[in-house]
Design a protein around this ligand. Structure first.
Ligand SMILES: Cc1cc2nc3c(=O)[nH]c(=O)nc-3n(C[C@H](O)[C@H](O)[C@H](O)COP(=O)(O)OP(=O)(O)OC[C@H]3O[C@@H](n4cnc5c(N)ncnc54)[C@H](O)[C@@H]3O)c2cc1C
Length: 425
């Protein structure tokens, strides 16, 4: 690194994977980093979360982090596909993409804790109970208002999630989510009850992690086991027109979940029925159109992660792309230096936007490939249900990419100062 972030004061909002990654990457380049998190404490929230090999590479670049994550993550060599009536369709092996690097699938809270501790160990200052209520910027600084205090820095990176407040200063209006027409029942539980039933005992196998997807008309049900057969997570994505707010803590009903797979194989019912009611979440999937921009008028405030681009879970890339944002923003700041923060922020957007847009689209195509399938056809051509695994998404080193394209990106922005991320929007 011939330039660093030394002398830069970076304010980051939201301690999700976008915010923590940006904090770690800026801090390791010498910036002073303050991370504001609205929650009063760090909690083990969520259930299964997936990081592809593109973000696995980021974890592996942080000393000790991948090693700490490995034992708690899911390890299977492939994903088995079955039809709703339990007919075996095919197995998608991960062997072909081994050379792309490690993937990490595990409990969001457990992985989050490891990353959080890594950020603390580098000297990131995390301020809990610090809900940002206002953003501001001038030509020379940007800042936030927290607990009545006005705090300034050189730049604000806002990773404040799907209900981002920062979006308002960036867009100049409040961006409302739309219903996606789908919801997901999600559960994370121990395998004690599964072990007692011969139909589900295989899921408590301590010697092998299982990963099985049952597909049916407009519904899919995916089960993963991990941690030596002691933990099981499942997700059930189904049509839902209820206009309920997106929340990771809305309780779900086992009876309602079973109703969505009424005519399905008994094994699916057995797994759902063995889920303790308090371990089930009903997550309404909202949708947002791609934003016309992720950066503020003076280019000192940038959106990252879900604040900039919520993903459908069927892309299996939401968390990974939020981490790529954090790395990209930090390297742009490093290469631009304190005097050129707006240049860094514009380059961040130009580098990230097209890649994110294309990746977001895969969430819709993957979902529709399963949900709209003709199951008579699928039984004859089972390979058609396999997930497309794109090398351009997964075999990607976002850090190297920024170093490779930064100069040409800045040059192009100088030639075209009015450049907009997507003129079609
Ligand atoms: C509680 C929770 C549980 C989740 N569980 C899962 C899961 O099980 N599986 C899965 O695939 N994805 C889960 N997600 C979503 C997933 O983490 C994100 O889609 C992805 O990792 C992108 O992360 P992000 O950092 O952009 O956003 P998030 O992970 O949503 O993080 C945003 C952070 O910003 C904070 N914040 C919001 N507004 C403010 C404010 N005004 N001031 C300060 N802080 C603020 C929030 O408290 C939160 O910590 C969960 C998200 C949350 C918040």
């Amino acid at each position: 690194m011939d330039k660093t972030c030394e002398g830069l004061k970076v304010l980051i909002v939201g301690a999700g994977f976008a915010g923590l990654t940006a904090a770690i990457e800026c801090r390791k380049r010498g910036a002073t980093v303050i991370l504001f998190e609205g929650n009063k404490e760090r909690r083990q929230l969520g259930d299964i979360i997936s990081f592809g090999s593109n973000s696995g590479r980021i974890f592996r670049s942080w000393p000790g982090v991948a090693e700490a994550m490995d034992p708690i993550c899911h390890h299977s060599s492939g994903l088995d596909f079955r039809a709703f009536d339990d007919t075996f369709l095919c197995r998608q092996s991960w062997e072909v993409e081994e050379s792309w690097g490690k993937r990490f699938n595990g409990h969001r809270g457990e992985i989050h804790e490891i990353v959080w501790n890594h950020a603390l160990s580098l000297g990131v200052e995390i301020r809990l109970g610090s809900k940002v209520l206002e953003y501001f910027e001038t030509d020379s600084e940007a800042g936030v208002v927290v607990n009545g205090e006005r705090i300034s820095g050189d730049v604000v990176l806002a990773g404040d999630g799907v209900r981002s407040l920062a979006r308002t200063i960036v867009l100049g209006f409040e961006d409302k989510p739309k219903s996606s027409g789908y919801a997901v029942y999600r559960a994370w539980m121990g395998t004690e009850e599964l072990k007692k039933d011969p139909a589900t005992a295989w899921l408590a196998d301590p010697t092998v992690d299982h990963h099985v997807a049952w597909l049916g008309p407009d519904v899919h049900f995916i089960v993963a086991t991990l941690q030596k057969g002691t933990a099981c997570s499942w997700v059930l994505t189904h049509k839902d027109d209820a206009d309920v707010e997106e929340s990771w803590s809305a309780p779900g009903s086992v009876d309602e979940a079973v109703k969505t797979v009424k005519d399905w194989a008994p094994v699916v019912h057995s797994i759902i029925r063995k889920t303790p009611q308090d371990k089930l979440v009903d997550w309404k999937l909202v949708f947002r159109d791609p934003l016309p921009t992720w950066i503020s008028p003076k280019c000192r405030i940038a959106l990252m992660g879900d604040a900039a681009h919520p993903f459908l879970p069927t892309s299996i890339q939401g968390a990974s792309q939020s981490m790529e944002d954090g790395v990209t923003a930090a390297i742009c700041l490093e290469l631009a230096g304190k005097k050129n923060v707006p240049e860094a922020i514009r380059a961040y957007q130009k580098i990230r936007y097209p890649r994110v847009l294309e990746t977001q689209r895969t969430g819709v195509t993957n979902r529709d490939n399963w949900h709209k399938a003709d199951f008579d056809y699928v039984k004859k051509h089972p390979e058609t249900v396999k997930l497309p695994r794109h090398a351009w998404i997964l075999n990607f080193d976002c850090a190297k990419h920024v170093y490779d394209v930064y100069e040409e990106t800045v040059e192009s922005l100088r030639r075209d100062p009015d450049w907009k991320p997507d003129p079609r929007l």
